[in-house]
Design a binder for this molecule. Structure first.
Ligand SMILES: [Zn+2]
Length: 101
């Protein structure tokens, strides 16, 4: 570990009052205005070696899910599975839970 701690998105200025939900220590999601599907933040393993001062939000990477189907908002259920090609993180969100693929 080096640099400042990875502050999760739920504690970021401007998001702390939003609907940011923790799925795992490495995966959060939230609802931005005018979006019908949630935006996800994951702590990207591909950024593990990037100095914190060269990143915007530590290792957190944001990604929308507009290509996904919102099956249910509460508890959250998206289809198909989520795959982030930057680091290969892959899993499902069903019943408000993250399940690794
Ligand atoms: Zn990644």
């Amino acid at each position: 570990m080096s640099g400042p701690p990875d502050v999760p998105p739920s504690d970021w200025p401007g998001l702390e009052t939003g609907d940011v939900v923790r799925l795992t220590d490495d995966v959060y999601y939230g609802w931005l205005e005018h979006e019908v599907t949630p935006v996800f933040w994951h702590r990207c393993a591909a950024l593990a070696d990037v100095p914190a001062e060269h990143t915007v939000h530590g290792r957190w990477v944001a990604a929308g899910t507009s290509g996904h189907t919102l099956v249910a908002r509460e508890p959250l259920h998206l289809e198909p599975s989520l795959l982030w090609k930057c680091c290969g993180l892959h899993g499902w969100v069903r019943d408000g839970q993250w399940t690794s693929a």
